[in-house]
Unconditional design. Structure first.
Length: 70
């Protein structure tokens, strides 16, 4: 004779009834005592910037020198 598995023992059974999982989470005293906070990244993503004229001129000079050396 097989024993019925407790839903927590079978994680796939939890997928069949997610509402019961959410109710259990809301009733949990241990989870209620956890400290939580929202973390947001401090750095903003770097946006590509257009090269300034000075660096563009320098790049052209270097490339011109490289092509005349060969």
């Amino acid at each position: 004779m097989t024993q019925p598995q407790h839903p927590v023992a079978n994680p796939f059974a939890l997928l069949m009834d997610p509402e019961s999982v959410f109710r259990a989470i809301e009733k949990s005293e241990r989870l209620g005592r956890l400290h939580s906070r929202v973390c947001r990244p401090l750095d903003r993503p770097l946006l590509p910037h257009a090269p300034n004229d000075e660096s563009a001129n320098f790049d052209q000079i270097v490339e011109a020198c490289d092509s005349t050396d060969n």
